[in-house]
Design a binder for this molecule. Structure first.
Ligand SMILES: Nc1nc2c(ncn2[C@@H]2O[C@H](COP(=O)(O)OP(=O)(O)O)[C@@H](O)[C@H]2O)c(=O)[nH]1
Ligand SMILES: [Mg+2]
Length: 223
C-alpha cells in the first residue's frame, strides 16, 4: 500500500505566516505599530500594561488585545486604565495565532488607532513560534521564576527584541541574583535589550520601558 505523509505542523505554520504577512500589510497601511507581549502565566504582563498604558496613551491611541484561555479579567483590568481592550478566549489553546488577530483587527477602528498591544496567552513556549504580524516582541520574565529560566527557554530569549525582568523587588526573597539572570539572557542573545521593572518603595517603575517602546514606534515612522 502506498503511504502518504501529511506534514500538518508545517502546513499550519505556513498558513499562520501567510496570514501574519497580511496582518503586517494591513497594520502598515494604517500606520499602526503592533507590540506582542509574551511570558509565563503570572510573569507580570498585565501589571506591566497597567503601568505603562497611562504614559503611552498620553501620546498614542491604543487598543489592547488580551489572550487567555478563559475569563475577561485582563481586558477588564486594562479598561480601568481608560484604554480599549478586546478579549480573546482560546478555550484551551496555548497561544494566539495570526488568524485570531486578523479577526480582532476587523473590530478595531483602524483610522483612529496608532498602537495595538497584544498580551499573548501565558506561556513561555508556544506563543514564541507564532508570528502575528507584529513590529516588536517583548518577553516578560519574572525573577521568582528562577535564575536559570533563560537557559531553559532559549527560543523565548532568541526570538524577541527585548526581555523585561519583572518583580525585581522580590529577587532577595526568592534567592535570585538579577545580574546572573540578565547574563544568562544576553549569553543566549547578545542583541536583546534587557530592562527591569519592579516596585521600588511600593512604586512600580517602568519609565525606561515606555521610552524604549516610544523610540521603536517613532523609528518605524521614519522608514
Ligand atoms: N511584588 C511584585 N508583584 C508583581 C509585580 N508585577 C506583577 N506582580 C504580581 O504578580 C501577579 C501576576 O501578575 P499579572 O500582571 O496578572 O501577570 P500575567 O499573568 O503575566 O498578566 C499579580 O498578583 C501581580 O500583582 C512586581 O513588579 N512586583
Ligand atoms: Mg495577564
Amino acid at each position: 500500500m502506498k503511504m502518504c505523509k501529511i506534514e500538518i505542523g508545517k502546513d499550519l505554520k505556513e498558513l499562520n505566516n501567510e496570514i501574519a504577512a497580511k496582518n503586517r500589510n494591513s497594520f502598515k497601511l494604517h500606520d499602526i505599530f503592533v507590540l506582542n507581549i509574551m511570558g509565563s502565566p503570572g510573569a507580570g504582563k498585565t501589571t506591566l500594561l497597567e503601568n505603562i498604558l497611562p504614559l503611552l496613551s498620553e501620546k498614542y491611541h491604543i487598543v489592547v488585545i488580551e489572550g487567555d484561555l478563559a475569563t475577561e479579567n485582563d481586558a477588564q483590568r486594562i479598561r480601568k486604565t481608560g484604554v480599549t481592550a478586546l478579549q480573546i478566549n482560546t478555550n484551551g489553546g496555548c497561544h494566539l495565532d495570526a488568524h485570531m488577530i486578523h479577526h480582532e483587527f476587523e473590530k478595531i477602528n483602524a483610522a483612529e488607532t496608532e498602537l495595538i498591544i497584544i498580551e499573548n496567552v501565558g506561556n513561555l513556549v508556544c506563543p514564541i513560534s507564532f508570528d502575528l504580524g507584529e513590529d516588536l516582541r517583548i518577553v516578560v520574565l519574572s525573577t521568582p521564576e528562577g535564575e536559570d529560566k533563560p537557559l531553559k527557554y532559549p527560543p523565548a530569549m532568541l526570538k524577541t527584541d527585548a526581555v523585561i525582568l519583572t518583580k525585581t523587588d522580590l529577587a532577595g526573597y526568592v534567592d535570585v541574583n538579577t545580574e546572573i539572570m540578565k547574563k544568562h539572557i544576553t549569553d543566549i542573545n547578545p542583541r536583546v535589550c534587557v530592562m527591569e521593572s519592579g516596585k521600588i518603595n511600593g512604586v512600580y517603575s517602568a519609565d525606561k520601558i515606555v521610552s524604549y517602546i516610544k523610540d521603536k514606534i517613532e523609528a518605524k515612522k521614519v522608514f
